[in-house]
Ligand binder design. Structure first.
Ligand SMILES: CC(C)(COP(=O)(O)OP(=O)(O)OC[C@H]1O[C@@H](n2cnc3c(N)ncnc32)[C@H](O)[C@@H]1OP(=O)(O)O)[C@@H](O)C(=O)NCCC(=O)NCCS
Length: 152
């Protein structure tokens, strides 16, 4: 399946939030595993417009099927909200979104990418395959947060 990745357009922010929210509900039917806080974010558009947050989207035809965010601070790019819609998974779209973040972050002067995920999501081997190293695992309420990073 052909897909392309590009920067989000400001008018697409609401759509991206909806795609991210939808992606996060599969396969996590347990409410705790669905990240809250990003579904209605009135500040997100402003943050993207000012360059504080970068969003990349993956498109199949004209449809946004995946997205990822990153923000750079002190030469560290933090990647978050990696999401691909259920019907478009296992085609390498997420891996390509991560790749693109790394490429752009490096061009913007970042020396590493950090990310974190809920241990219960079993994404450790996925990120290890993308050459991320686990740096810390912290208890967080009823679950655990795994922190990982990759040197660029
Ligand atoms: C995680 C996610 C972004 C992967 O998207 P994708 O486009 O299918 O990923 P890719 O095609 O690059 O990689 C697919 C590979 O990851 C594995 N994988 C995907 N999700 C996984 C999961 N939750 N647990 C374990 N492995 C997983 C697949 O088995 C596949 O493995 P393979 O390459 O050995 O065949 C997608 O499943 C998703 O949106 N999940 C819900 C949101 C989420 O949890 N995001 C991550 C938050 S940190």
């Amino acid at each position: 399946m052909d897909f392309k990745i590009r920067k989000v357009k400001l008018e697409e922010i609401d759509k991206v939030s909806a795609v991210t929210a939808e992606a996060y509900t599969h396969p996590y039917d347990i409410e705790e595993k669905v990240t809250s806080g990003f579904m209605k974010n009135p500040e997100l558009g402003k943050a993207v417009e000012s360059g504080k947050i970068n969003i990349l989207v993956a498109l199949v035809g004209n449809r946004i099927v995946g997205a990822v965010r990153y923000a750079i601070q002190d030469k560290v790019a933090h990647l978050s909200k990696l999401a691909v819609l259920k019907d478009y998974r296992n085609k390498g779209i997420a891996a390509e979104l991560v790749n693109k973040v790394e490429f752009e972050a490096k061009n913007l002067g970042a020396t590493k990418v950090t990310l974190d995920f809920m241990q219960e999501k079993n994404l450790q081997s996925y990120y290890e395959k993308l050459e991320y190293k686990i740096t810390e695992i912290k208890e967080h309420g009823k679950h655990h947060d795994v922190f990982a990073e990759k040197t660029l």
